[in-house]
Design a protein around this ligand. Structure first.
Ligand SMILES: [Mg+2]
Ligand SMILES: [Zn+2]
Length: 187
């Protein structure tokens, strides 16, 4: 069984510009390549799990997500690392695009995307972590028996001020590279 880092995308790996829908707005954080290279060297599969409700809302063109993820991988590969998997949820029950306006099993914090990744890649969730800038990312990790880190980039700083009652989290970190240092320190 492999271990994985399940990464939220917007606000965690790249700047959250709100419904990212054009490549010119794709900006990785300055530490993202180094952070992912360190995790990969430590033996983790790197898998992005991202809600893209902008597709259901008609704000993101069909096919853009693949174009965006190809470009993201190109930049990571240029820096000597890569992703092992990429899962996105295009749905939202309040959406306007037929077929995507559904209450699905994959929209975070529902665990559908991680369940698929665990099956596709042979991953042990208990040996894995979720890193994200929203409490729903933290909740997603705990729902599958993984550990979770909230980062203060993206919505994280605001989320930290609105911690749900009783919400547990393994760590709150300034950013992705700080989260990596926490994960590597426990080995
Ligand atoms: Mg996010
Ligand atoms: Zn979905």
């Amino acid at each position: 069984m492999k271990k994985a880092i399940f990464l939220d995308r917007d606000g965690t790996v790249n700047v959250d510009v709100g419904y990212l829908h054009q490549l010119k707005d794709l900006e990785l954080f300055p530490w993202t390549v180094d952070a992912l290279r360190l995790l990969k060297r430590a033996g983790y599969e790197l898998i992005i799990v991202t809600n893209q409700s902008g597709m259901a809302r008609g704000l993101i063109a069909p096919g853009f997500v693949e174009i965006c993820h190809d470009e993201m991988r190109r930049r990571l590969q240029a820096g000597g690392t890569d992703l092992d998997g990429l899962y996105y949820c295009p749905h939202h029950p309040g959406g306007s695009v037929p077929g995507l306006d559904i209450d699905c099993r994959c929209r975070k914090p529902s665990p559908g995307m991680i369940e698929d990744a665990v099956r596709d890649h042979g991953i042990d969730p208990a040996a894995s972590w979720v890193i994200g800038d929203k409490w729903l990312d933290v909740q997603l990790g705990h729902a599958v028996g993984a550990r979770s880190i909230l980062v203060r980039t993206g919505w994280g700083e605001e989320q930290e001020q609105k911690r749900p009652a009783g919400q547990q989290v393994e760590a709150v970190c300034d950013n992705l590279i700080h989260a990596v240092s926490v994960i590597l320190a426990e080995r």
